[in-house]
Design a binder for this molecule. Structure first.
Ligand code: F0G
Length: 450
């Protein structure tokens, strides 16, 4: 069959509501044209993030009822630990409330002034947690990963020459670990090949460096490997996932992505000394080592989520439905980061609104235009988000797809709306910032339309 369907029936529904054009004008003005500052109930289709916004399955909800809420050694903890051991092969599993809590613990232990952490592309919380310790975060994605129109199949790959160059330049003693983010969120949700992960492992061995994964979207990455990497077609996603984790000495995971839950995270480690120190920090700020700031029911939902996310009918549907959105936009002449990523489509806003210069925020203008026209919420990833540091090479708008939430007709509506906005793109209005905080301004800055 040609049509790839949603591999589930819908048992519970949550109504969404369309606002009028006049209401949206008022909402935009009151929020200072910042979509982070509007109420979710005023959004028709919310593509702000794929993080924690997914729908849980009936078995996950059953797990919520089964959750064991006793303080230490709860049954639910062992269910989660055993599932994570089965999927990843990691013996030491630390639960946390979300990805950045894992990052905070890890980099408090290995970061510090004078240290340098390479990654293909650091996600902003990873970078912030590294820099918070005084260390430096360096992005070393391959050149193809910076070109929106390159169709290279693994645009998330680490540039091995640059990585070795950096190790030699700053000295291996100043690199506490090498990290690779799968898939590469900041670079368009692009995957990393198994070949590249193996090569990073080898390089780390040569310089005796630990190798960590930021594995938020590990299953989506494994699906791309199965589809695109020569020699991987006959392996199961489970096997590929296992190999990805086996190559690493540790991993930080936000379970709000491929854990298919609304809250939760993990820190996976091999080094027993590091585990002991991480346990101490976990107890200090997250919670005891068998719940890490989560309720027992959250642990159950996570365990079931990690099981369901490696199901291949789910992954086929997931990756195909993201590509479907991307292909429709491309066919209408709208430039996106190609090929479509796993969890999101990134529109090239410079191409979409060439009449708006970066300092007038073309990405934000498009985000505002999409909400104004159709009640859709997307996220700017360009000069608003990064403009307080080095100006970004690309002005992007991310349409992140929540897992198992929207149907194909929702996506068709989104496509139609974007094409209509594209048809009248000269009406998108440049913006000026009227108030901003000193850091991470995209969350709270207020704008004025020019
Ligand atoms: N690493 C990556 C690659 C991420 O995409 C995120 C979150 C994190 C770490 C942090 O995890 O939110 O659970 O603390 N990304 C979300 C997003 C917020 O919208 O892309 P967290």
């Amino acid at each position: 069959m040609k049509t790839i369907i949603e591999p589930f029936r819908i048992k519970v529904v949550e109504p969404i509501r369309m606002t009028t054009g006049a209401e949206r004008e008022q909402i935009l003005a009151e929020a200072g044209f910042n979509l982070f500052l509007i109420r979710a109930e005023d959004v028709l289709i919310d593509l702000l993030t794929d993080s924690g916004t997914g729908a849980m399955s009936s078995l996950q909800w059953a797990g919520i009822m089964r959750g064991d809420e006793l303080y230490a050694g709860a049954k639910s903890w062992y269910v989660l630990r055993d599932k994570v051991r089965e999927i990843t092969g990691f013996e030491h599993v630390l639960p946390t409330h979300q990805g950045r809590a894992s990052e905070r613990i890890l980099f408090e232990l290995v970061g510090g002034k004078g240290k340098v952490v390479p990654n293909n592309s650091h996600f902003d919380t990873t970078r912030a947690n590294i820099e918070h310790t005084g260390a430096k975060a360096v992005d070393l994605v391959i050149e193809e990963g910076r070109q929106p129109t390159s169709r290279y199949p693994f645009k998330g790959n680490m540039d091995l020459t640059k990585l070795e160059g950096l190790i030699k330049e700053v000295g291996p003693q100043n690199i506490p670990l090498v990290m690779v983010t799968v898939t590469n969120n900041s670079g368009g949700g692009q995957p990393v090949s198994l070949e590249n992960l193996r090569a990073v492992r080898k390089l780390c061995d040569r310089y005796k460096l630990p190798f960590f994964l930021d594995a938020c979207r590990f299953a989506e990455n494994a699906w791309f490997i199965k589809q695109r990497e020569p020699g991987q077609q006959d392996r199961s996603v489970r096997e590929i996932v296992r190999e990805m984790f086996t190559l690493a000495d540790g991993a930080t995971i936000s379970a709000k992505k491929d854990g298919l839950v609304n809250i939760g995270g993990l820190l996976l480690l091999r080094d027993a000394g590091l585990v002991r120190r991480a346990d101490e920090l976990l107890i200090l700020t997250e919670g005891f080592i068998t719940y890490g700031g989560l309720a027992g029911r959250d642990l159950e939902a996570m365990a079931q989520g990690f099981e369901e996310v490696v199901h291949e009918d789910y992954l086929q549907y997931r990756i195909r439905s993201t590509a479907y959105l991307g292909e429709k936009l491309l066919a209408a002449g709208i430039q996106i980061v190609e090929p479509p990523g796993g969890h999101a489509i990134y529109i090239d806003a410079k191409h979409f609104a060439p009449h708006i210069p970066p300092q007038r925020f073309p990405g934000q203008a498009l985000v505002v235009g999409l909400y104004r026209h159709a009640g859709i919420r997307a996220a700017e990833i360009g000069s608003v988000m990064f403009g307080q540091g080095t100006p970004p090479p690309m002005e992007l708008v991310r349409l992140a797809i929540p897992r198992r939430v929207y149907t194909q007709s929702h996506v068709d509506y989104v496509v139609e709306a974007i094409i209509e906005v594209f048809g009248q793109r000269d009406r998108l209005r440049p913006l000026e910032i009227v108030a901003e905080p000193p850091t991470l301004r995209h969350f709270t800055a207020r704008f004025r339309e020019l």
